[in-house]
Structures are given as C-alpha cells and as structure tokens.
Design a binder for this molecule. Sequence first.
Ligand code: 3H9
Length: 693
Amino acid sequence: METVRLARHGEIAIATIDNPPVNALGQALRADLARVIADVGSDPAVAAIVIAAVGRAFIAGADISEFGKPPVAPLLPDLLDAIENCPKPVVAAIQGVALGGGLELALACHGRVGSASASFGQPEIKLGLIPGAGGTQRLPRLIGAAQAFPMMLSGEPIPASRALQLGLVDDVADGDVVAAAMALARALAARGAPEPVRDMTARLTAADREAFEAQALAATKTSGEMPDAMALIEAVRGVFTLPFTEGLAAERALFVKLVADPRSRALRHVFFAEREIARVPGIGADVKPRAIAKAAVIGAGTMGGGIAMCFANAGIPVTLIEQEQAQIDNGMNRVAAIYEMSVTRGSLSPEKRDERLALITPALGLDAAADADVVIEAAFEEMGVKQQIFGALDAIAKPGAILASNTSYLDIPTIAAATKRPQDVLGMHFFSPANVMKLLEVVRPDGVSDEAVVTAMALGRRLGKVPVVVGNGFGFVGNRMLEARTRATERLLVAGALPHEVDAALTGFGFKMGPCAMADLAGNDIGWRSRKARGKTAAVADAICEAGWFGQKTGRGYFLYPDGARSGLRDPEVEALIARISEEQGANRRSFKSDEILSRLLDPMVNEGARILEEGIAVRPGDIDVIWLNGYNWPAWRGGPMHWADSVGLDILVARLEAQAAEMGDATLEPAPLLRRLAAEGKGFADLKATTI
Ligand code: 3H9
C-alpha cells in the first residue's frame, strides 16, 4: 500500500497513515484504509486496530482538490461506515491536527486518544461547506449539539485539553500517543463491542436542544445570507429530529449542494491560491533565506511607524529612523497610541505592549541602520529623496543587508541604481495600516538576487503577512488595478451615475466600502497630488479637490461627514458639480442599474489584470486574486477579480469591454490581447500556467 503501513503488535494491528504533506483523505488513502479495515477486521488473530499517522497532521480532511470532480469510490462516508461497523474496536491515535474529514474519521472510531499537542476542528465552513462525512451527526451525539455547533460554525480548532473536557477524546497522552491508543484498544477489545458514536443519545437532551436552537437563532441573525451556515443549522437539527441514517443522508445532500455553489468554489480557489504564492517560478527550493535578526525602518510617518510595529509584533528588534527629533517623537507617540488603543480594547496586555515598545529604538540619522539585516525605506514618495537615501545607505548598511523600498509606484531599478549592490535592492510594499493589512507585495526587479527575494518572502511570512512576488512596473499589481477602477468611477460619474449609486453597487457585491467612500477615507488629495505629478487629470475628482473637499479629514469629499460622522451623506453640491462637468463634457447623463455599474467598475480592472499577466508583472492569475483579497478587501467568497472574471465568462467580458470602448471612444477599454485569446479559445484565467517574472 502506498499511503498506509500496517504493523502488528501482538493482537493489535497498527495502520499508520503516511500521505504527505498533510495526510489528506484522497482516493488512494481511502482505498488503502478500506482494504486495511476489511482485511484486519476479518483476521481472527487481530483483536483491535489502531489508526495512527505520521507528519504534522493526523489527517487534514478530505482532499480539497477532489471536490467538484466526479467522486471515485470508496467514498469517505462509506469508509467511515466500514470503520464504525468493524467487528473489532478501532482506536484513533491523533498526533497532530484532525480536521474536517480527519475528525470525522476519528468520530467513526470506537475510541480516540490525542497527544497533548493535537487539535481538533471542523473547518469546512471556511470553504463554504459543512461536514459531509457524518460530522454534523456524530459530533453532537458525542459532545452535545450546543458544544458541537459552535465548533462547526466557527471552523476554529480546539486543543487537546478542551477536547478531553468535552469528551471528544477518551484520553490525552503525555508521552507516546500510539502506545496509549494501543492500551485503550486492548481494554476495548477485552470489554467487548463498544457503543459506536452513532448510537449515543445521552447528550441529546431537551436542554441541549434548547441551547442549540438559541445558538442557531443568533447565527441566523448574523449569517442569514450564508448558505453554509443555514445548511449547518438544518443538518445539526437533524440529530434531534431524524434517525442517524436519515440525518446522515440529509447532511450529505446539503454538502453535495454546497460543493457546487459558486461561493465554495471561490473559497477553494482562494485556499490553493494562498498556498501557491509561496512558489516563485524560477527560484528553486535550494535557495535559502538570509538570517534576519535586526531591522531598520527609515521614515517614522504613518507607514514607517506601522512597519516598525510589524517587526516589534514579530519579536524582531527594529530601529526607527528620522532626520529630526520632532519627527521621531511624533512617530513614536503615534506607535505608542496605537498600542495603547489595543490595551484599552483588551486585545493586548500592558506587558506585551511594553515588550513591543522596547523592541523599537528611535534614532536620528541613517548611520543607525548600520547593524540592520534588513532596511525598509518608507520616506517621502519622491524619486530624488529615495535615491539620496539609498545612495547613503550603500555606504552605511552592512554587506548582504536587504535594502527595500516601501514605494507604492516608483521604479525600483532607478532606486537600486543609487547603490553599488542592486542584487540586494527590492521593493517591500506594505498596505495601510501596515500593522493591520496582510498584503505585502515583494517587488522583484531585474538584477536582484534570488536569495534577496526569498529572504523578503520569508521575512514577510514571519511578520504575519501574505507576501506575493510581483514584477517592477508602475503601481505594481494592486494599485495599478485600483487605478483602473478609479478611472472607471470617474467615467461612470460623468456618464450619469452618482457617488452613492457607484458605492452601493460595490458594497452590494460584498466590498465593505465603495470607491468614493474609500477615496474620502484615504484623502482625495493623495490621488490628486499623484495625478498632478504625472500630468494626469480626472475632472470630477480634481474639481472636488479644488473645492478643498479632501474627504473625511475635511468633513466633506464625495460625501458629507457632519460632526465627524464615519459614513457619508449625499452632498447636493457635489451632485450639482458632477452634473455641471457632464454638461461641459457634452455627456448625456443617463441612469445606470447596479449590475451595469458593477461591470463597468470591475471589467476594466480585470482587463488591467490581463495586461499585468501579459507583461509578467504578476506570475499567476491567482496571485492577483490573493493581492485583492488581502490588500483591498475583495470579498473572499467572490474569489478575487480574475476568478470572478472566469465565473462570468471571458467572452462576456470581452463583449462588454468592446461595447464600452466604442461607446466611450476610449481605446484603453479595448480588451487586452490575452483576454481576447483566452475568450476565443473558450478558456479562463485558471487555464494559464505560471510565468517567470
Ligand atoms: C472536508 O474535510 C470535507 C469533509 O467534511 C467531507 C468530505 C466528503 N486537501 O496549509 P499548508 C495542502 S473539507 C488537499 O501550507 P500548514 C496544501 O495545499 C477539508 N490539500 O500547511 C499545501 O500544498 P502545497 C477540511 C491540502 O502546515 C500543503 O498541503 N480541512 C489540504 O501551514 C501544506 O498546507 C481543511 O479545511 C487538504 N485538505 O497547515 C484543512 N490541506 O505544499 C485545510 C492542506 O502543494 N488545511 N493541503 O502548497 C489546513 O488548514 C492546513 O493546510 C493545515 C496545515 C493546518 C492542515
């Protein structure tokens, strides 16, 4: 057998699962386990069976990559049935995480022993699913519905100590978990056939049902629109209303329906895309990251302070550098105030705050970066300033230090040219607020060494970020596509839509905020300054800035924010200003339905994404999706812009873009060649292979 090793210790058979990387229950493993149970179950020399595993996971669940494909026998529910009906007691020896189908397998066993570091969870909901191999029926029977339902609703695993308290495991082994499982197996064999979980009813009391129904009601209020949460309630309720086999069939039907739901397909795409980003084409596994023991951040503004906090939060000492005392004092005060807010909210202890603050050393002058293994420049966004800093750093920084710029737009090779060590210079683009947002674009220009890229990626993960390698080019990936959406907003406003309509289309899609509210929050002057620097104009956005309406900080922008309000009100003056601009531009204002606004906002973004792929600025469409999910709050259950485009159909996008380009007389809206090619071939972005940057 490829995935299971069988051994005998006296009358106990031990089946050890070894199916790297995480013992997912793919077809081969299911078949091997089914064979073991059939063979050993009928072997008169065997009294009991232990199912153990090697690696970091006991079993990470069903093999997610098999979902959506035709199922191949043996199916997981049938395997678990065979385990539960095995004439010999079967005991699970759980040495790592038991998740999803992995926990369901353990529940079908007659006994369960965990190691002290094991954990247990039903995370299916994070994939838009519910447990589909008996979890909703067996877990409540074992620990009570009021304990089981919250586990399945949150998807969060529980540690072994809690599992023992709940009765999920029979024992937690301090030492060898397999030896402890063998002891339990022997005891169960001596006692005779144990009661399978399917027959347990002691926990299903009236009080348990009442508590579960209260939880279900609360979940309906908060997750009423999520089909997975509603299906979960229905399935779990079955433990009180249906016999076991009928409850199991009802669960299965709900599970199968959810697997085909576009939301689950999107979440599964995200699961794999977020893991795929770690593989950088052209860089082998033999390239190892350099050690990072100390960091320096140049510039103690909002961004620099936030980046310094990322290091302190990860336990890495960091020097925060400014030119003048007042600037560094301001920066440190801002950092201290943010930590203080966390202490007030109860999310950080005063001790941890002190520890973190102690890791940030304020300093004046670049000389303080001399002993840093990585230097991140977060100074003013101007090429001259950056070149001056990198030129000076070249003489100061220690050999082999990673020199990174946090620039959002500027050309990294031009910055690197100020040094004699371009092999160590790259971009590390954090997103605001840097201590909160997960995304990190690691910008890989020509000339940088693979080792520097690998070091920046490893560092990003250590800082708790989601690092994505991108190529060098204006705005890299995220901001370049954001600019496409900003231009689309401007076009819509001039053509007849109003700010609140544009925003409503996007929030209706699942974003927390629309483009106008977002611009008001970030400050409209930021885009204005950037446009001016590049000789660009945007009639509506420029006029709003010329009126001094910079957004929330000035009390008005696209919307009105009376008395410091956080959500804006419609502003008749802004609407009149927009109407005037439409007239000046000779546009016949017309109304737009929400769907049309949405496609006019998102189609140009996807088009820009296609160009980004053509140019090799992003390696894979999935990388673009990960960027939008983690840096711009794209709703995860929509899978990211490129996945969304595939779900709409690229031929439809091409037709819509062509129509818009003709209507607007705007050649930038013409479909990108890659988009046209994929559409003509009847393919989607998902069919593309990774390219080297
Ligand atoms: C389910 O069980 C449904 C059932 O109720 C019913 C069925 C009928 N499948 O995360 P990592 C791969 S739904 C396939 O980097 P870590 C992953 O892609 C499932 N592949 O490691 C990656 O591959 P690569 C419920 C999987 O140590 C590699 O393993 N279970 C699966 O940071 C390493 O992954 C879950 O939702 C899988 N189930 O974390 C658990 N799991 O190296 C999902 C992982 O090629 N998994 N891979 O990129 C996890 O939460 C984490 O992977 C885990 C390890 C905590 C296990």
